[in-house]
Ligand binder design. Structure first.
Ligand code: ADP
Ligand code: MG
Length: 601
């Protein structure tokens, strides 16, 4: 008799789809979105998709969204991934800076929180909204970060997500997400300007896409330029022009300014009948002209930085609420002969792109299309003489990995300090140290014989792992780098432009240091050789001669003149020639013929 199969009703409904979302974790607003096939949902909180990135304390509970109490924190993103050392110049209310190593804390409801904890609160709230709509827990997310975010800032963002129990599928850069939302993906090729003018910040990125591979070629920006400034200019203007407004409180005045500003993105004249005020587009454009000009100058700089010919740029993609301004579009049109893409909502493009990417990454075809950002600054290690040897160069697309082989300086050296540095300059004191570790168990060999392979690996989220091993040994030592410095975009720009300006000086600095290292290596080799057979092979006057040559070279090093050092080094080699010859005769000739002084010494 055939048995009738009865399915377990609980089980069948259990085939739930895991919820993967895209999150635009913004300075002023955050958004959470989901894509399912062709359907895109942007989740609403209190009837708005733009969820204020504000955290308030209400009777000891942290609430995210419009400030519901006077005790609230705004723009926490500005602090993410920064240490107390980095933020002395940042203006932030209720900030508590402890020791230099510590994360800065913000005081809220009498308690102290760091930026990771508060960002995590925002992320939890966003997921709660999605959960309430979907009746399903958010399991994983693609979260967007500014293209200029460094390793520490990305780490911090990832950590905030983990604290909120979200698996991070990937962190992607905001301009990349915007491009994806515009359908620029898979098989496309081309270069794009992503112009992002928000409430408090302006960012421009030059993006290149080749066969589905995205690269941010350059970024420029101003962390204190945006819609908030335009509101302020407008408030000042209205106050002067309409004395009757003096009876309004400051919040009402700002609301009025914002209302008029938004009207002017669609009309030539904005009127508030209630307050009996009006302003036309020409007057308004005059107020914000210099700010908008500033953004255009930054776009120019970004184009130059990217080394892309302006004729090779396909589109300008507009992002951020303030990119709706007529002046912005007019100026971009006047200045560049490039088609502007603005048919998507500039408030939501970044979240849309993140949602699309989340759908792709959570599906089976994880590698559907590759997403790449670039390293903002070169990564390298400190070599003998205080020079930075770059292992992965600035603007290399990530994920990236690279090896370099190093060697020992001294005979019998069994340990090596690996100091990881970030920056463009040759002098490591001008770079940032990201962390260091000691590689031990190097086999005891003569100087220069050991082969130490140092491997740098930057993953798709921009996180760095450095490992080192001696070739003949299986043991590898590695660290995941959690840099102790966060870098502001200003600092990154500054480091790059300084390095450009100092390029000539740096070349000379490196040449000098290399000549010193070369001289020290020669002296060291000779001194070690003398210890072994100096007395046996040399008369005392010959020994004097060599020692005099060494001391001349030591004096030469102190002059810091490459020519003087090189000359003294050649003289030392000449002086030692007969000694080298005697050593050669003394050993098995066939083994060493044809080698240079350093191999024999
Ligand atoms: P952020 O990326 O800094 O979080 P947004 O991209 O959300 O900021 O942009 C917010 C800014 O956009 C605000 O200053 C807001 O006034 C401005 N904005 C929104 N809509 C318009 C509009 N229609 N016209 C002009 N500005 C607008
Ligand atoms: Mg934004």
């Amino acid at each position: 008799m055939a048995l009738i199969q009865i399915s377990d009703p609980e089980k069948s409904t259990e085939i739930e789809k895991k919820l993967s979302v895209g999150i635009d974790l913004g300075t002023t607003h955050s958004l959470i979105a989901k894509r399912d096939g062709k359907n895109l949902t942007i989740f609403k909180d209190n009837n708005t998709i733009l969820i204020p990135s504000i955290i308030s304390d209400v009777n000891g509970k942290l609430i995210v969204g419009n400030s519901v109490s006077d005790d609230s924190v705004k723009s926490i993103k500005r602090l993410v991934g920064l240490t107390s050392k980095d933020i002395h110049t940042i203006n932030f209310d209720n900030l508590q800076i402890n020791t230099d190593q510590d994360l800065p804390r913000v005081i809220l409801g009498g308690k102290k929180y760091n930026a990771i904890e508060l960002s995590s609160r925002i992320l939890s709230h966003l997921c709660e909204i999605a959960k309430n709509h979907e009746n399903n827990f958010v399991q994983s997310a693609v979260i967007t970060v500014p293209a200029y975010f460094n390793d520490m800032q990305r780490q911090a963002t990832k950590l905030a997500a983990e604290m909120a129990n979200i698996e991070v599928l990937r962190l992607i850069s905001e301009p990349t997400a915007a491009a994806i939302a515009y359908g620029i993906d898979d098989n496309q090729t081309g270069n794009f300007i992503v112009y992002d003018l928000g409430g408090g910040t302006f960012d421009v990125s030059i993006l290149s896409i080749e066969k589905g591979v995205f690269k941010v070629l350059s970024t420029k920006g101003d962390t204190h330029l945006g819609g908030d400034d335009f509101d302020r200019f407008l408030v000042e203007y209205l106050r002067d022009k309409y004395p009757q407004l003096s009876k309004l409180d400051i919040n009402e005045l700002y609301n009025l300014a914002k209302f008029l500003k938004h009207e002017l993105s669609e009309k030539n004249t904005a009127i508030s009948e209630k307050h009996n005020v009006s302003i036309n587009l020409k007057e308004f454009n005059h107020l914000i002209n210099s700010s908008v000009e500033k953004t255009i100058a930054l776009v120019d700089e970004a184009i130059i930085d990217s080394s892309i010919n302006i004729n090779d740029i396909k589109n300008i993609i507009l992002v951020g609420g303030s990119s709706r301004l007529t002046t912005v579009k007019m100026k971009l049109n006047e200045k560049y002969n490039i088609e502007i893409l603005d048919h998507l909502n500039p408030d939501t493009v970044v979240a849309e792109g993140a949602a699309i990417q989340a759908e792709v990454l959570s599906g089976n075809n994880r590698d559907d299309f590759l997403l790449l950002d670039v390293l903002p600054l070169s990564l390298g290690i400190e070599t003998y003489g205080g020079l930075s040897e770059k292992v992965i160069h600035r603007n290399t697309p990530i994920p990236a990995s690279s090896n370099k082989t190093f060697t020992t300086f001294k005979d019998g050296q069994t340990k090596m300090m690996i100091n990881i540095v970030q920056g463009e300059r040759e002098d490591i004191s001008e770079c940032i140290s990201l962390g260091q570790f000691i590689l031990s168990d190097i086999p005891s060999l003569v100087a220069g014989a050991a082969r130490i392979i140092v491997r740098f690996q930057v993953d798709a989220d921009g996180l760095l792992t450095v490992s080192a091993k001696e070739e003949t040994i299986n043991k590898e030592t590695s660290i995941e780098v959690k840099p102790s410095h966060g870098l502001s975009p200003e600092l990154i720009q500054n480091m790059i432009s300084t390095s450009n300006n100092m390029a000539e000086d740096d070349k000379n600095f490196r040449a000098l240091k290399e000549s010193i290292v070369e001289a020290e290596r020669a002296m060291y080799a000779i001194q070690e050789a003398l210890k072994i057979d100096g007395d046996e092979l040399l008369s005392s006057s010959e020994l004097d001669l060599i020692e005099q040559s060494i001391s001349t070279l030591q004096d030469a090093i102190l002059t810091n003149s490459i020519d003087v050092i090189k000359l003294a080094n050649v003289e030392l080699e000449n002086t030692c020639e007969f000694y080298v010859e005697r050593r050669m005769n003394n050993s098995i000739k066939s083994l060493i013929t044809g080698k240079d002084i350093n191999d024999i010494m």
